[in-house]
Design a protein around this ligand. Structure first.
Ligand code: HEM
Length: 152
């Protein structure tokens, strides 16, 4: 049961960030300022209300699952989690909130694009770290085969 919660929360958190990232790039490239503002509003509500609990649930369930596991993969996952959480709570959440406010007010200045760039960078970093956690998780659960060193 806990494993299912962990799998669902981990995938949901990762897909949510992937969706924010894609929508942001698409509306910035092809959308009007109105479309950008609508996307920014959706990222905050309901977006953050899905993302934050999903990250917390993935981390919390992961630490409980890790009590009965040892080894390099679980250690690597444990080390990545504080960066994922800090990046999410200290960078992605505040960026999403200020970008939403500025976009709603029609303020698309240098600061907007600076914060937008920071948000994309933090998003890409979290996608990478979460992708590695998924890979190591699937390896531990046996759904993905361990990479073996080819003996040539
Ligand atoms: C956002 C962060 C995380 C994501 C996206 C994630 C993702 C996953 C995925 C996809 C699986 C495979 C589940 C399955 O095949 O049923 C898994 C398994 C696992 N994860 Fe995570 N995980 C995250 C954080 C953590 C953390 C912080 C820990 C704690 C060290 C952890 C510990 C585990 C363990 C022990 C398993 C293996 C469960 C088993 O088969 O016994 N995970 N994870």
């Amino acid at each position: 049961m806990l494993k299912k919660v962990h799998l669902a929360a981990g995938l949901l958190a990762t897909l949510t960030i992937a969706m924010f990232f894609t929508v942001t790039i698409v509306v910035e490239l092809f959308g009007t300022h109105g479309a950008v503002a609508a996307a920014k509003a959706m990222i905050v509500l309901p977006g953050l209300f899905i993302l934050v609990p999903a990250i917390a649930a993935a981390g919390g369930s992961g630490f409980v699952l890790s009590k009965s596991r040892q080894g390099r993969l679980v250690e690597a996952k444990k080390k990545r989690m504080p960066f994922i959480a800090a990046n999410g709570l200290l960078v992605l959440v505040p960026c999403a909130i200020v970008l939403d406010r500025w976009a709603a007010a029609g303020t698309f200045d240098m600061m907007f694009y600076a914060v937008q760039s920071l948000e994309l960078l933090a998003g890409a970093t979290n996608l990478t770290l979460m992708g590695l956690n998924i890979r190591d998780g699937l390896t531990m659960s046996g759904r993905l085969r361990k990479r073996t060193i080819a003996a040539h």
